[in-house]
Design a binder for this molecule. Structure first.
Ligand code: LLP
Length: 433
């Protein structure tokens, strides 16, 4: 019935998350409210760590992609869980630095990093700056030279793999704004240039083929292409690069009808390809990095709303309006992403209605979803939208000057705020007359 292990129904028929009554959370903290199960997040980190032990003998690391959900608390959890961290902007890097995240485990991405961002990364000693293009490579070399430093980098490669996912979140194919193309020779030229630059230390390669990918085959295909390219680099330049970053993108369950493969089978199959390709090419096993975002936090989060108006349009549809919407979850508006929802205070009842969940923004497209089966819903009910832990808070906006919700974490039956609810004062604090 539920799409996440951390959700249950208690004796009162209320939805619980991490063992905590979601209706009580809504009363205590107000709505809309993001709730994340810290236990589940830590468990997901452990699963990745264990898989790295099992399939790569510990010669690798999972770097949590903080774009999925970034705040100080999550960076701190990742630090405690011995994870790496993928950041993609000065803001994400700043958040990581604010909790003293170990620099050698940070991967700094972005297709258009500013000189300021690169200087901050050099200053903090970021262990892996993932260089996207030649202009950035040259700029980084100059900046590192001016700071009398060596910049440790990976090069972002477009492996030419077209994974089946929404076109906006697909990145591995040649027509992508990210990285150097393999087919055109651009990638090899970039490798040669990086090897020649005095203040650049080329440690390895990176690729990322997209997000919310269910099939394992595109990942296997990508791993083979990247290993073959590492071997080609050695043939062409003599350099035997030591790191291979295979990116993120592992899909999660949003709907009861979806069944993604478990991480373990993904890790097993991809590691087999990595090992086989290394053996075939007589190439030493590189240090492997993965960058999971959604699969760490996505299913661990829900959003709680209070139901306002319920508008039945006979023979057409029923709109259930909630006190949030595209401001806290723009994913339906952006990608037609589908969600499962429940009436949290009636979670044990059968879902006998089909509704459109609408937000409160002044925009018809402000929907959380259409045709969603839910329990009989009335004004005043608490509606829970499931699997909102990834790319919800991190993509939230203040459209219509609606404050962003608070984020609460639950663990061992207790709850705490990790991001406070925004206030009108904060929304207007940068306004000048
Ligand atoms: N590494 C790189 C370089 C990435 O660009 C991404 C995601 C990840 C790792 C993490 O991917 P994940 O494991 O979370 O799939 N806003 C979209 C998703 C955009 C993903 C961007 N890059 C959404 O809401 O579906």
């Amino acid at each position: 019935m539920f799409v996440s292990d951390c959700l249950q129904v208690n004796g009162q028929g209320h939805l619980t998350i991490g063992g905590v009554d979601s209706v009580a959370l809504a009363q205590q903290y107000g709505t809309p409210l993001y709730v994340m199960d810290e236990g589940q997040i830590r468990e997901n980190c452990r699963k990745y760590r264990q898989s790295f032990e099992k399939y790569y003998q510990g010669h690798g690391i999972a770097a949590y992609a903080s774009k999925a959900f970034c705040c100080k608390a999550i960076c701190n959890i990742m630090k405690e869980e011995q994870m790496g961290l993928d950041v993609v902007s000065g803001g994400e890097l700043y958040t990581a630095m604010s909790v003293g995240f170990p620099a050698d485990r940070i991967y700094f991405h972005g297709n258009n990093k500013t000189p300021q961002e690169l200087l901050e990364a050099l200053d903090y000693g970021v262990g892996h700056i993932v260089v996207d293009n030649l202009a950035e490579l040259e700029l980084l070399n100059q900046l590192a030279c001016s700071q009398k430093k060596q910049a440790s980098i990976q090069l972002r490669i477009k492996p030419g793999v077209d994974a089946h996912t929404h076109s906006f979140i697909r990145t591995g194919q040649i027509d992508s704004k990210f990285g150097f193309a393999l087919e055109t020779g651009e990638a090899l030229a970039a490798v040669k240039e990086a090897l020649a630059l005095p203040n650049i230390e080329l440690k390895g390669l990176h690729c990322h083929i997209g997000s919310q990918i269910f099939e394992i085959a595109p990942f296997e295909h990508t791993a083979r292409i990247m290993l073959d390219f590492l071997a080609e680099i050695r043939t062409q330049t003599g350099a035997e690069l030591k790191e291979l970053n295979l990116g993120g993108g592992f899909g999660i369950q949003y709907l009861p009808s979806e069944h993604p493969a478990g991480y373990d089978s993904y890790m097993e199959k991809v590691s087999q390809v990595v090992k086989e390709s290394c053996a075939e090419n007589n190439f030493p096993m590189p240090f492997i990095t993965l960058e999971p975002g959604r699969s760490i936090v996505g299913s661990a989060g829900i959003t709680l709303y209070t139901v306002g108006a319920v508008k039945v349009i006979p023979n057409i549809r029923t709109y259930v309006s909630v006190d949030g919407g595209m401001g806290d979850n723009p994913r339906y508006a952006l990608y037609q992403s589908r969600y499962h929802a429940l009436v949290a205070n009636k979670a044990a009842e059968p879902a006998s209605m089909q509704v459109t969940i609408a937000g409160k923004c002044c925009e018809s497209g402000d929907l959380i979803g259409e045709g969603i089966p839910v329990q009989p819903v009335q004004t005043g009910d608490i509606l829970a939208v499931l699997s909102t832990g990834a790319y919800n808070y991190s993509m939230a906006s203040n459209y219509n000057r609606i404050p962003r919700p608070a984020v609460v974490m639950v663990k061992d039956g207790a709850s705490r705020i990790v991001v406070q609810r925004e206030t009108f004062e904060q929304i207007t604090q940068n306004d000048l007359l």
